[in-house]
Design a protein around this ligand. Structure first.
Ligand code: ARG
Ligand code: ZN
Length: 497
């Protein structure tokens, strides 16, 4: 791909290249994108990250973030240079201990040229020293670093990492994380995993978080502000860490009444999905004005607006369901979003049934009946919605309807075996919709190509499944709206940035 910026550093590196052995001529630059057709320049080619160690300092008064990222990776090709995705100001880059040339290119690319080319299949350590005011940085005209009255939050999908750490920003390259952040005494830093230690020195408090299971870059989160942190353990023994901004105002009670049920809901979900995959669970509610929630690994991000109408366990179920469907088993490419959203929505339907507010079948019937055949809703194919429709309501509602159609087709026994088997089959890995179809065929012993095509890929309203066809006398009236319907829809009403 063409690059328009040649920095002085790159020229110096070009000079150095003359001095290297002839065998290095076969080394080529890593691709500036990992090859996702939805987002061609997200992620990078040529290496695979295994661990991010982020050691940072944040000053809420000025929104200044500074520190060092140490990235452990392995090359997957002979590399003359490689890219990271990042927006803050870089002071120094070292590769295997040696200063490397670097320059920035296009929207969010940091191009690194090591002093010596790198051979395929070798472990590398990349150290990036950086600083900056994340709220002043944007790419493609937006920023997803959200300032709050007392700090800031990084949590968005698919873009969140560029504003706080350099990465190979694509869910197909998962890694473990140590996130260590120093903040002024009285401010807290919230991130993924377990809190290893908190230390104070000379007016600064350092929070050390560790996520020891592979995590996608968009599922890494950071919140800085004045939080009340609660801890506990679920009945099944899952440690729970939640955090609430001390500035939630009228939403404080409802937020706690919802998020404090994390342990109970994790245990309930494990009845369907199998053992909880991570070493801690929980969520945090910062004082943001954004509306969506996000399944950030082990530590779900909730907008306070999700609790503006009272307690909302449905959104908690949705985000916790993602811990299995999305976080442990991550999508291969962004087009596979149905596996995340279709199943997280379906979990909300199961919860509705559990709460006596409408069965999954009633919710499916309601989705089917409330969108006439000419409704543009049906033009979005949840199995490959396109980047502009990735988070459309159809990905969720038509997506969950497809899950119900699959259940109707293969029967409850195979369906629930599949629901529990899938997170085991691909635990801590990546999988696609095609992988899911193959696995469903294997578990049920039925060919399912036509069913998947109809419910996930056709841009039109499927005919009602034979088993579910409403009798002619009843076709005039749509089924009654399940009591959970409005609450479930509200998960998306507030999804805008
Ligand atoms: N995965 C999130 C959820 O459904 C959706 C986030 C959408 N992103 C956004 N910026 N609105 O829970
Ligand atoms: Zn979701």
């Amino acid at each position: 791909m063409h690059r328009r910026i040649i920095a002085p550093g790159a020229l110096a590196a070009a000079t150095l290249l003359l001095a290297i052995p002839a065998s290095a001529a076969s080394h080529s630059p890593g691709a500036p994108g990992i090859g996702d057709p939805y987002y061609p320049d997200y992620g990078n080619g040529g290496y695979d990250v295994s661990h991010y160690d982020l050691r940072l300092t944040y000053q809420p008064a000025t929104d200044e973030l500074a520190g060092t990222a140490t990235i452990s990776a392995r090359t997957t090709q002979d590399l003359s240079r490689f890219n990271l995705d990042f927006l803050l100001d870089v002071g120094e880059v070292r590769v295997n201990g040696v200063k490397a040339a670097f320059t920035t290119a296009r929207q969010h690319e940091l191009m690194v040229t090591p002093k010596t080319p790198l051979a395929k299949g070798t472990p590398i350590t990349v150290v990036v020293r950086y600083s900056g005011v994340p709220s002043t940085k944007s790419a493609y005209g937006f920023t997803t670093w959200h300032r709050t009255p007392d700090g800031a939050v990084a949590a968005d999908e698919p873009e969140a990492a560029w504003w706080w750490f350099p990465s190979n920003d694509h869910p197909s390259d998962k890694a473990t994380y140590d996130v260590s952040v120093a903040v002024p005494d009285g401010t807290q830093a919230i991130s993924n995993g377990t809190l290893q230690s908190v230390t104070s020195k000379l007016g600064w408090t350092r929070y050390n978080w560790r996520e020891n299971k592979p995590q996608a870059t968009y599922l890494a989160t950071l919140a800085l502000g004045k939080f009340d942190i609660t801890t506990g353990t679920s009945e099944d023994g899952v440690p729970v860490i939640n955090a609430y901004s001390r500035d939630l105002g009228d939403n404080d009670g409802a937020a706690r009444a919802s998020v404090e049920r994390t342990g109970e809901i994790v245990d309930w979900l494990s009845g369907f999905f199998g053992p909880y995959p991570f070493s801690s669970a929980g969520g945090y509610v910062p004082n943001t004005t954004t509306g969506y929630a996000l399944e950030t690994q082990t530590r779900v991000y909730y907008s306070p607006r999700q609790f503006a109408n009272g307690s909302n366990t449905s959104v908690v179920v949705h985000e916790l369901a993602h811990q299995w469907y999305g976080d442990s088993v991550s999508l291969k490419g962004w087009k596979d979003i149905w596996i995340n959203e279709g199943f997280a929505r379906y979990a909300q339907w199961l919860w509705s049934e559990h709460e006596g507010e409408g069965t999954a079948q009633e919710l499916a019937d309601h989705v089917y009946a409330s969108h006439p055949a000419d409704d543009p809703f049906w033009t979005v194919a949840p199995g490959d919605p396109g980047p502009d429709h990735q988070f459309d309501i159809a990905v969720y509602d038509r997506g969950a309807l497809a899950v119900q159609a699959l259940r109707d087709e293969i029967g409850d026994k195979a369906f629930f075996a599949l629901l529990k088997g899938w997170p085991q089959r691909h635990a801590y890995g990546n999988a696609s919709v095609a992988d899911f179809q193959r696995y469903a065929e294997q578990v049920s012993g039925k060919p399912l190509a036509a069913l998947f095509d109809t419910w996930l890929f056709q841009p039109s309203k499927p005919a009602a499944p034979a088993a579910r066809a409403v009798s002619p006398a009843k076709t005039q009236t749509a089924p009654a709206q399940p009591r959970s319907w409005k609450r479930i829809q509200a998960t998306n009403d507030v999804h805008s940035r």
